[in-house]
Structures are given as C-alpha cells and as structure tokens.
Design a protein around this ligand. Sequence first.
Ligand code: DX5
Ligand code: ZN
Length: 219
Amino acid sequence: MKKIQISPSILSADFSQLGKEIKRLEEAGADFIHVDVMDGHFVPNLTIGPPVIKALKKNCSIKFDVHLMISPVHEFIEAYAEAGADIITIHPEATEDLSASILKIKKLKKKVGVSLNPETKVNVIKDYLSQIDLVLIMSVNPGFGGQKFMPKVLDKVKELKDIQKNHNLNFDIEIDGGINFENSKLVIEAGANILVSGTTIFKSNNGNIKKNIDLLKSS
Ligand code: DX5
Ligand code: ZN
C-alpha cells in the first residue's frame, strides 16, 4: 500500500501571507502544496495564476500540486510548468484533446494529473490511465472551498483501485473536497493515497495545522 500523503489547499490560507503560510505547511509536514487555479469560466470563481505561483515557489522546496480549473487549458500548460508546478492536473472537459494535453505535460517533464468531477465517469480516462501519474477525484463540485463531501464518489475511487490492481498500474489516487476527520478513513479505505484539504487543515483545532495534518495522515 502507498503511504498516505497530505496536500493542503492554500485556498483556505491567509492570502495576505501566502509565502509564510506555505512555510508553515512545509514545517508542519505537508507533502505537497495544493494550488487551486480558477478562471471564472470553467468554474464560477477566480483565484491565482502563474506569476503568483512563480513567486511562491521561489522561496520553498516543497512540491506544488497545481489543480487547473481553467478552460481551454491546453495553451496555458506551459506557463504553469514554467511557474514551478510539479504536478499539473487538468480536467478532461477543459481540453479538446486530452491525449495531446497529457503529452504536453509529459514533454515538460511534469507529473500528469487528470481530475474527475463528481459527475464524470472513470470511463472518460480509462484509455489514458497508463500515461497518467495521478487521478484527482473531486468530492465536491469544483469552485469553492468549504463544501460538503459527496460520499457517492467513493465508488469511483474503488473502481480506479480495481483497475490499478488488474492492470498493474501505479498512478496516485488523490481526493479533493470536503475532506475531514470523519471521512478521511473512508476515502483511504476506498483506495485514495493523497488527501487534499483546505478547511480542515486551516480551521480545525484552532488552526493547529501540524495537528490537523498528522490526524489526517494517521486516519
Ligand atoms: C475546490 C478545490 C478544493 C477545495 C478544498 O474547487 O479544488 O481544493 O478548495 O477545500 P476544502 O477542503 O475546504 O473542501
Ligand atoms: Zn483542488
């Protein structure tokens, strides 16, 4: 079994102190920094883009797990790679040619992630799984932090786990949205090995992020 890793979403961080917040997460034992990039078009919210990511990445060594909720995504992949993304995750609905976008990320020597919205079926990416490093299962509709976890997506996590076993594949299964101390055990049992969390990490236990990361990791 893969070890459980935590990718805190800086969407719930103090945006006036982002550099410090990332340092704090790094020291608290985060495995990645989850960066939610939103364009106000693919999702109804706007966040940050490549210049901010580049500035943040300069001062730390932790890997950036960049979740692109932008459409069309293809022409922007290079900018995020140059800004310092280590994992670049895209949504199949946001590109005209998923295969070409996967190839582009690979050519830039970045890890490839593909994300499935709650309503998107595993079938959509089945043929690409051998080329993908990570599948990001959305357990809320993308766009905002602080939403309620949708348990129905656990079936997709299990389905992916089965495909992985049957075909001897090695992609990571990451889950994103509404993760808390009640459902973390369930998602790990279903087969997820990377947990994204914003609200739980930044707001639970009076914002004790080390405690919250440790609690999620040991679920
Ligand atoms: C939603 C984002 C998530 C979200 C996680 O569109 O992809 O990363 O911010 O935040 P919580 O843990 O608050 O659901
Ligand atoms: Zn995300």
